[in-house]
Ligand binder design. Structure first.
Ligand code: NAP
Length: 255
């Protein structure tokens, strides 16, 4: 397909690379940012434009801008006569209605950053304004990934919430532990094999069956020692307490 990308941030960059690698052609990077816009356009062999142009004639426009800007950008595409998609987990597809009859969502269920050297496996949740739009989006998404599922606004939002928990929250826990290690003169890198081992186990069993640590063992004395050590780190102390209580409650009253 002939594709134009709107935005030049993390998703536009990684999706742009994937789209190009899979044999589609990229007409333009439409971006308010001339520096990242030009740089991405150059990398992908496309032109940079500060705003959408009627002369582009792309078959597909992918809006990859901040959630709060998607609706305003869609307004600028009024009457473009092409398929228009956004990439957000949390924005309704209906905000794209002003862009025309054929619109939808191509939500990459992955953490994407432009510094990635290779494009990771990306499951896509897709949705369209009609059966025919959904079919076209599904066909396009299947050229990008072996993992494509249809999900409406409500289901996609719930999946986005789950993604925030498994990705953003765990990363924040790493950041908290890293800062604690630094403050205490400890080497956080020694924890890397543990982090990889625990994440890798999920391929073999469910997280519920894999819990270890003092809270599930009911090891109250160890928990008390840890909480005392965290006396000078009140926010980390409350996170520790919250997680320990959550683990205890989870196994006392399984749903
Ligand atoms: N990154 C991920 O892991 C990920 C995964 C799945 C879905 N998503 C979704 O993908 C979309 C893009 O995310 P991202 O991570 O690529 O964000 P990002 O790296 O922060 O890039 C955002 C892009 O939007 C542009 N932008 C912001 N406000 C704008 C406005 N008012 N008008 C025009 N352009 C505007 C920015 O331009 P400037 O450079 O000028 O600020 C930048 O090009 C979001 O809907 C996000 O929820 C992200």
């Amino acid at each position: 397909m002939n594709v134009s990308l709107i935005g030049s941030g993390n998703v536009a960059t990684v999706l742009g690379r994937l789209i190009k690698q899979t044999g589609h052609s990229i007409d333009a990077i439409i971006s308010r940012n001339p520096v990242s816009g030009n740089s991405l356009a150059e990398e992908l062999g496309a032109v940079w434009l500060p705003s959408a142009s009627a002369e582009l004639n792309s078959e597909l426009y992918i809006i990859a801008v901040s959630d709060t800007a998607v609706a305003a950008v869609a307004d600028e595409l009024t009457g473009c006569n092409a398929l228009v998609l956004h990439t957000s987990g949390a924005v309704s597809k209906e905000v794209l209605k002003p862009a025309g009859d054929r619109y939808g969502v191509l939500y990459p269920l992955q953490s994407l950053r432009k510094e990635l050297k290779t494009v990771p496996v990306i499951p896509f949740l897709i949705d369209g304004s009609s059966n025919s739009a959904t079919q076209t989006i599904s066909h396009f998404a299947k050229t990008l990934s072996g993992f494509v599922q249809q999900a409406g606004d409500a289901e996609r939002l719930k999946m986005h919430l789950s993604a925030v928990i498994v990705s953003n929250f765990t990363n924040h826990l790493y950041a908290l532990a890293h800062r604690y290690c630094q403050a205490e003169g400890l080497d956080f890198n020694l924890l890397h094999p543990l982090i990889k081992e625990v994440a890798g186990r999920l391929a073999l069993n469910s997280a519920e069956n894999l819990q270890t640590g003092p809270a599930i063992r009911g090891d109250g004395q160890t928990i008390e020692k840890h909480l005392q050590l965290l006396g000078e780190y009140p926010s980390l102390q409350s996170v520790y307490q919250l997680f320990s209580e959550s683990i205890t409650g989870f196994y006392q009253s399984p749903v």
